[in-house]
Ligand binder design. Structure first.
Ligand code: 3HC
Length: 311
């Protein structure tokens, strides 16, 4: 019954054990996980677009092969995550529908455009870097299917981050024009990447409960700080300037200070009014509609196989 289930759930959390799909769980826990995992899945799927934009124009065959593999990894991450969300009782079609009708949230970062090749470097270094910072602690999320998906995803994200860093390093070792392209791109991606961690702690309605449930392990601001501390020495190696004059080592705190972010811009992007929100959702809807025949064919094949087995 519910009381025994609740006691067992509390015990699992207290002992840092995983909660599995067949275990009793509070409705709020289930809803929070469906919200976070589906948003995360949507982010991976929408996240294919800004980089997909450069596959045909990558500067060499090698770069093209790497970029294709990376975008494919993102599709894979989206699929694991949709599967993890399905174990909580939501249908995949429902999640797809929420995404293509613009009802679902996905990461703010993918509503920015990628006008230059250096943006492939910035996405890898900054966006995937932020994703790793956020996701490594999620490997310990209390919900089994989510935590286990994160382990594999994080391994691939580390490769993505390194390839982005390496693109920027090559550009910084190139001509003046290439160095300027890298710097200009980092200037555009830096602040939006910091916003990926979500609103400041005082303005984060879900954090406290998600931390109590061992879903989130660190607050949004703590992870953002960790990310800035990681970026500063890497920017020095690259010879790139982070576009924030307030970045300074704070001996007392043992961390880098950094400037306020433009939270009005963040809320505009979340409200669907970022630079590329409309394009991203429209393109996903078109891809979904154009893929209808594949889903139909797969269903027909599966039906034929099951009739064969019965006969
Ligand atoms: N973009 C869009 N929405 C965001 C956001 C962001 N960067 N940050 C916060 N929000 C939304 C939240 O979803 C929440 O909205 P909701 O209640 O309607 O769902 C609201 O803003 C308030 O924020 P909270 O801090 O209270 O919300 P959370 O506790 O859920 O924390 C989070 C937000 C840190 C993003 C958390 O959900 C999380 O860690 N999610 C998993 C990681 C993830 O989704 N990453 C996606 C980007 S990385 C990626 O996809 C990899 C790349 O390689 C493609």
């Amino acid at each position: 019954d519910d009381d025994a289930g609740a006691a067992r759930f509390a015990e699992l959390l207290a002992n840092e054990h995983r909660v599995e799909p067949t275990d009793w769980m509070p409705e709020g826990y289930r809803k929070t996980l469906i919200r976070q995992i589906s948003q995360h899945a949507h982010s991976e799927i929408i996240g294919m677009q800004p980089e997909g934009n450069w596959i045909t124009r990558a500067p060499s065959l090698k770069r093209k092969a790497i970029l294709m593999a990376k975008v494919q990894d993102e599709a894979g991450h989206g699929l694991y995550l949709y599967s993890a969300a399905q174990t909580l009782g939501i249908e995949r079609e429902t999640m797809f529908d929420q995404l293509i009708t613009g009802k679902a949230k996905y990461s703010s970062i993918f509503n920015y455009t990628t006008p230059t090749w250096a943006d492939m470097g910035s996405i890898g270094w900054l966006v995937d870097g932020a994703a790793i910072c956020n996701q490594v602690p999620l490997c310990r999320a209390s919900y089994g299917p989510y935590g286990r998906a994160m382990v594999r995803i994080c391994k691939e994200e580390s490769f993505h981050q390194r390839q982005g860093f390496e693109i920027l390093l090559q550009l910084m070792r190139g001509t003046d024009a290439q160095r300027a392209m890298a710097q200009e791109s980092v200037n555009r991606w830096y602040a939006p990447a910091l916003m990926m961690f979500g609103p400041p702690d005082d303005d984060s309605p879900n954090s406290k409960q998600s931390m109590a449930w061992n879903i989130k392990r660190f607050s949004n601001d703590d992870l953002r700080q960790r990310f800035v501390d990681m970026l500063v020495p890497q920017a020095e190696i690259l010879g790139i300037t982070l576009p924030d004059p307030d970045i300074a080592w704070n001996e007392g705190r043992g961390h880098y200070d950094f400037g306020e972010l433009d939270w009005a811009e963040f809320h505009e992007v979340l409200a669907g009014r970022g630079p590329a929100n409309a394009i991203r959702v429209a393109r996903r809807r078109t891809a979904h509609e154009e893929g209808a025949w594949v889903r139909e064919a797969a269903r027909a094949y599966a039906d034929a196989r099951s009739t064969e087995r019965i006969a």
